[in-house]
Design a binder for this molecule. Structure first.
Ligand SMILES: C[S@@+](CC[C@H](N)C(=O)[O-])C[C@H]1O[C@@H](n2cnc3c(N)ncnc32)[C@H](O)[C@@H]1O
Length: 282
């Protein structure tokens, strides 16, 4: 088996998808912008002691310097049409036993699911995975929204990759109700995946807004593809899919139109040391 490679492409994805030869991918994961109507922005700041600064921790004064700002626009007149065109263009790149994962938020997920049912067929719908996290402030006038939705479709619901033995185990909620052996081994997760967000201060953090946890992508890649398979993410952002694929011995193609994303992906994957190929817009 050849060594896995990660290819980073800076391109508008619809045009790129339409230009591709029909080389099949076994797994496609996409996490499109969520149509929040605003610009996704992440700022990195450093605070230093400064007698002229504003009061802060321990009664001391601090000055804050903006180190960098990363952003991309997250606004579409017609979100579902935007996504439909891109998913439709990627269908011919899917292997006969491929899976497609579309990561959306609860404001759009029902519209996107109907659209995917139309494109792939209702029989191809496999799971609505709820990624539940618990971080940040609490709403006071409704239940705090702390989950995303990941829709899984299989091109052929009778022939797809789902490696049960590769599934990681999670603790039982009531371990005293099962045998000590079972409790020690844990259980396979359901379609509700509890996983914290990328820690704002952790090592995994790239500084790219909307970065998704590596653990979520590793679970998808490990269970839904095999070593040597080809994985595609055409809304690649910080390249989480690429890092997961490479760590697990799969090759990946990562497409994003934002030069900031490409910069972050290159740095991230160079640190993880895959054989990264660069491409502008093939
Ligand atoms: C939600 S982010 C993806 C985050 C990624 N999953 C991660 O873990 O870092 C969506 C990305 O889609 C990119 N994007 C939006 N529209 C695009 C388009 N038409 N072509 C290519 N990339 C696009 C944005 O630049 C942004 O980086």
């Amino acid at each position: 088996m050849s060594e896995p490679t990660v290819t980073i492409v800076q391109a508008e994805n619809l045009a790129w998808l339409r230009r591709q030869p029909a080389e099949p991918y076994q797994l496609v994961y996409v996490d499109p912008p969520f149509n929040t109507g605003s610009t996704q922005r992440l700022q990195r700041r450093r605070s230093t002691r400064d007698e002229e600064g504003t009061p802060g921790f321990g009664g001391r004064r601090y000055a804050t310097t903006l180190l960098e700002e990363r952003s991309f626009p997250d606004r579409f007149e017609d979100y579902v049409t935007f996504l439909r065109e891109r998913v439709a263009a990627c269908l011919r790149l899917l292997a006969p036993d491929a899976s497609l994962f579309v990561h959306v938020d609860p404001r759009e997920s029902h519209y996107v699911k109907v659209m995917l049912d139309e494109l792939l067929g209702r029989d191809s719908f496999m799971n609505e995975i709820v990624w539940a996290y618990d971080y940040g402030g609490r709403a006071r006038r409704r239940w705090s929204a702390k989950h995303d939705v990941i829709l899984w479709y299989a091109v052929d619901p009778g022939n797809y990759r789902y490696d049960y033995d590769a599934i990681d185990r999670v603790p039982y909620m009531a371990p005293t109700l099962v045998s000590p052996e079972k409790a020690a081994r844990g259980k396979t997760p359901t379609d509700v995946w509890w996983n914290t967000i990328v820690s704002p201060t952790g090592k995994e953090r790239t500084g790219y807004p909307t970065q998704k946890p590596l653990a979520i992508l590793e679970r998808i890649v490990r269970v839904h593809s095999r070593p040597g398979d080809r994985v595609l993410d055409f809304f690649a952002g910080s390249g989480t899919t690429g890092e997961a694929a490479w760590r697990l011995g799969r090759s990946a193609v990562l497409v994003d139109e934002n030069p900031e994303a490409v910069k972050v992906m290159r740095a991230r994957l160079a640190a993880a040391r895959p054989k990264v190929r660069r491409s502008r817009a093939r």
